[in-house]
Write a new protein. Sequence first.
Length: 246
Amino acid sequence: MKRILAATALTALLAVAQSPTPAAPPAASPKADNPAAASGAKGTNSPAEKDKGASKLINASERDFKPRDVFRYSVLEDPAPSQASQEAVVTDAGEVHFPVSGQFTEYVTVDVRGKKLADIRTEVKRLLDERFYQNATVQLDLASVNNIASASVAGIAKARVFGEINGTIPIPENEEVFLSDAIIGLGRNEMANLKKVKLHRKDPVTGVTKSFTVNVDKILKENARSMDIRLQDGDRIEVPAVGIRF
């Protein structure tokens, strides 16, 4: 019921924002307190900054997109106070969760496997117009490509994520990868309960597995970095489903 009310409120706000009164598209401005940007700022550059050179050498319009490729995305009609571009990451499943608005947590999901950039842009617009916008103007391009070593290579440390979010997170040597990084890297899912993420860690000496429950939702929304946990090789991350209430 809460989700239905939230979606209804979002649809109403988008309808008001797209009223016939002519108005010039608002200028993009830097987005404050962006959880995804904050979570990436652990002494390293953002994915786009890491790979600016690589993305320039790739023909984005013809690329077959891979897990952890990063899109730069915005909707001109977004009623949020800031229409600055957001980053959307290709998950290990080949899907991308595109935010409906910078002001809400609703997403539209597109399977980008086998699709070209123009096809993805068209599909995102179709899904947005279907429920949320009257005629969305979607701006979408490639921000960076996957520059993380494959987790399947022997000897690479990794953590595994299962439940409502699935995938494998490589942990490169001498780099810090945190629990919130794993969730962002694989793409958030509206059915995932990020308030009760469980981290299962096996002690390599005793063999005893300890479990920790972490409110990743709070880490992302409030930049509560002290709650974040640095991942270790062999960690298993369990993401439960949101309970449905009637």
